[in-house]
Each structure stands twice: as C-alpha cells, then as structure tokens.
Design a protein around this ligand. Structure first.
Ligand code: NAI
Length: 446
C-alpha cells in the first residue's frame, strides 16, 4: 500500500505548504541494501570508560570513520553514547551534553545509540536511577530526532562488555539500514556471546529457516529477506493459500509445506519436512497469525478460540515439539511475531491482544529452556505496517494510525523481516527472551 500523502509532501509546493502548516513530513528512511556501506559518514563515540575505548577500536575494525571528539560542523552518520559505568544520575550530564552538542550535525537517516546497563535487581538505588534515566532520555531523544534519524539503546546485562561480540552485533544492527523502522527501543544483550559473521551480507548462509504464514504479507517479506541473507527456506501456509505459497517458494528457491499450524502434530510435521528436505532446522519463525476483531461485549467462541489457537497455542505446541526432538541436535533460534496491540492494547482486539501478549510471555519463559538446548527465542512486535491487513482500515483511521509514531509513517513488511533476520542470526546469540518493537516508536505503549 503506497503512502500517497508522504509522497505528496516530499517535494514541490505541497512540501512548502506542509512545512508552513506544521503538518507531518515523513522522511524517506535509510533502508539496507546488500553491498551498501554500514555508514556513509563519521561515527562519534562519546564516553570516557575503557569500554568506550574498546568499542571505538572495534568500530575502527569495521572500517568506520571513528571520532572520539566532535569536529565542529562535521556531518555525522551516527553518535554512540557509551554510559556503561555511570553510577548516579549526576554522572549523566557530562557525556549527555557532550553528545547533545553534536546532534545538529547528525546527517539525515543518522543514528544515536546509547550503550548502558539495565536497572536490574541488586543494583544500588543511585545506579539504578542513573541506568533507568538513560532509558527515559533515549526515548525522549528519539522523539526529537528528524529526517529519518533514529535513537535506540543497547542494554548490557551483568558484566557484558560494550565491545563483546554480542553487544557489537546489537550495535551494528542499530547502526545499519536494517533497523530503519526501529526507533526508541532498548535491546538487552544477556551474554557477550555472538558469532561475528564471516560475511555481513550473508549472515544466514547454510542455515535452514522455517517461516509460517509465508504465502503473503509480512511472512513473504521474511522469506525474501532470509533468502537474501543466505538461508535455505521451508515455507508453511494453509492449503487454501497453496498457489501463493508455491509462488513465493519458487522465488526464494524454498520448499513449500501446506499445513495448518493449528493441527495437533504440526510441530512434528514441520521438523520432519525440514530434516528430510533441507537436512536441518536452524531457525523457526512463527509469523502466521489472524485477527477476528470484535468488542469484548460482542465476542463469541469462534472468534476468541481461533485467534488464541492460531496465534499462540500453535506456537506453544510447535516449540514443545522442537525442544523435545533429539533429531535436531541443538535447539534452533526461534523468532515469534507479536504486536504492539499485545503491549498497549487496542479497542476491538481483546482476543488478538491476549494472544500477542501471550507470545511475549511465552518468549520470556521459553528463553532459558531454549538457551539450555543451545538455541534462543525472541519476538518482534510490529506497529503499523503497510500490508493488505492495514490497507483495509478505513481511510481516515488509517491516515491517523500510520502517522502516530516518531517517523510519521507506516513501516514496510521488510522492516519487520530485517529485525527477524537479525534475531535469527548467530550474531544475535547473546540476545534471548527479548521483544523488539518495530514500530517507528509508536506513541502508544512502552
Ligand atoms: P496476513 O493475513 O497478510 O498473512 C498471514 C498469513 O498467515 C497468511 O498467508 C495466512 O494464510 C497464514 N495463516 C493464517 N492462519 C494460518 C494457519 N492456521 N496455518 C498456517 N498459516 C496460516 O498477515 P500479515 O499482516 O502479513 O501479518 C503477519 C503477522 O504479523 C501476523 O502474526 C500478524 O498478527 C502480525 N502483525 C501484523 C501487523 C500489520 O500491521 N500488518 C502489525 C502487528 C503484527
């Protein structure tokens, strides 16, 4: 679905009128394309800890143009603010105001990324206040950025070092065009693990990925993105979507498995198909989902049970089958598609929000089990994404909904797919049990 308004106000007299009236002027986002450089200008690393020094050295290793001090009026592609050692709210001022002095030099599509520690249990109150303070400042700053620039944070749990492979993988994702529609989010890195990909353009080479609901929409975009990143694919959808599924499978040289994921033995069938046709199952993407919207006062059994069954109960059953199956050797990396409706709630979607909040709960509880079996499980929560589903929303409601985020536009299916591709990769193996919103910093919800 095209965003006609965004196109209209991007040029000519309409651009001037929109500016004069203070109307939204969504910027074209910097999206990833294979072969493109990670950044096209200097990156400023602010912060005085040894972790900041090590992180700056690691970025030099990626051939980036790294600054430890701002050069007046030099355009910056990114600012990385390393705050891993702050222990009281007063510690924030010097590094934060130093970074603030460079904000006007941030190029369109730029990135501001904080690297800090979560305010977890056991931390002294002053340190917890400072750490939580970073989250507040980051989320506010992201709302101040313009021209397609985004602000996100890496949270280092325990003693994870800023320059550990796990932390660098999250930082690289946020710096890159792969995170174009991720804004105002903080991603926790629980262990320093994470393999540095031999080839950043094909991080999934040699992996077999299963994607459910792959016949269209976000699922088809996930299939295309994982294929682009080198994965072999098994694509699952209901028999009624067989023709579309076959077309996507042909396009990405995957195999098609016509299967309703809500049947009892769907997990075993998926595993057997992946092993027989592809030899392994390394990545499991739970994307298939449905909506059956009604106000709760008008809700009925069919609407409630079908949504719960397909959106969450099926995922639980398939994960149980995967984690119990000795044939797999080690557990795959599992990524589920949740929704901001499950986080913030949405009128008319009690059934859907219960199922998607259920995905969030399931991911957190499954994470230790998956990690013990050598895998991991995370979720992506999309906000307003331009799909057939959102194209059916009445015009005025749609126009408001797609502007209600810091980037003032809807995301594209590929934006969700990029986050899933990242979380599926070995580089993200230090990230487990997390929910990453791909919502342009939607104004509703945390
Ligand atoms: P869609 O309706 O275009 O595609 C969903 C696919 O899942 C379809 O191909 C459908 O046949 C398949 N599917 C449904 N039930 C199935 C079953 N029992 N077994 C196997 N396949 C089944 O939906 P869209 O928009 O691409 O959404 C994909 C996911 O993203 C869903 O989980 C949805 O809840 C979620 N999402 C979408 C958002 C949006 O803005 N479009 C926002 C937030 C979350």
């Amino acid at each position: 679905m095209t965003d006609t308004y965004a196109q209209l106000v991007s040029k000519g007299p309409a651009k001037k009128i929109a500016r004069k009236l203070g109307l939204p002027q969504p910027a074209a986002l910097r999206r990833y394309e294979p072969g493109q450089p990670l950044l096209t200008g200097p990156v400023l690393v602010q912060g005085s800890s040894s972790g900041a020094d090590e992180l700056a050295a690691a970025l030099l290793g990626w051939d980036l143009d790294v600054r430890r001090h701002a050069v007046p009026r030099e355009k910056l592609a990114a600012i990385v603010l390393v705050l891993d050692t702050i222990s009281s709210p007063e510690d924030l001022e010097a590094p934060v105001l130093a970074a603030a002095a460079s904000l006007r030099d941030l190029a369109p599509g730029g990135r501001v990324i904080t690297v800090s520690r979560p305010a977890s249990d056991g931390v002294l109150p002053a340190a917890a206040a400072a750490r939580q303070g970073v989250e507040g400042l980051l989320r506010s700053l992201a709302k101040e950025l313009r021209a397609g620039a985004t602000g996100n944070g890496v949270l280092l749990a325990g003693d994870v070092a800023p320059a550990s492979p796990g932390a660098l993988a999250a930082l690289r994702f946020f710096l890159s065009g792969r995170s174009a529609f991720v804004d105002g989010q903080l991603l926790t890195v629980s262990t320093g693990d994470g393999a540095v990909p031999g080839n950043f353009d094909k991080p999934l080479a040699g992996k077999t990925a299963v994607v459910t609901g792959a016949a269209r929409g976000i699922g088809a975009a996930i299939a295309r993105t994982l294929h682009r990143d080198g994965a072999n694919l098994v694509l699952v959808d209901v028999p009624a979507a067989g023709d579309h599924l076959a077309a996507v499978a042909n396009e990405v040289r995957g195999t098609a498995l016509q299967l309703d994921i809500s049947i009892e033995d769907a997990g075993q069938r998926i595993i057997s198909h992946a092993l027989q046709r592809r030899g392994s199952l390394d990545i499991m993407v739970h994307n298939a989902g449905i909506t059956r919207d009604k106000l709760l006062a008008n809700m009925d059994h069919a609407r409630w049970s079908s949504v719960i069954n397909i959106n969450i109960a099926s995922q639980l059953r398939i994960n149980d089958a995967i984690l119990a199956d000795d044939r797999l050797g080690k557990a795959p990396r599992i990524v589920s598609v949740a929704s901001t409706s499950g986080i913030a709630g949405n009128r008319g979607q009690t059934n859907y929000a219960a199922s998607k909040a259920g995905v969030v709960g399931m991911v957190r509880a499954t994470a230790p089990l998956a990690a013990a079996a050598g895998g991991g499980v995370n979720a992506v929560a999309p906000g307003f994404i331009e799909t057939d589903m959102t194209a059916r929303i009445p015009f005025a409601v749609r126009e408001v909904a797609r502007r209600l985020n810091s980037l003032q536009q809807g995301g594209l299916p590929v934006d969700v797919a990029e986050a899933i591709a990242f979380l599926s990769s070995d580089a993200a193996s230090g990230i487990n049990g997390q929910v990453l919103r791909v919502c342009g910093q939607n104004l509703v919800g945390a």
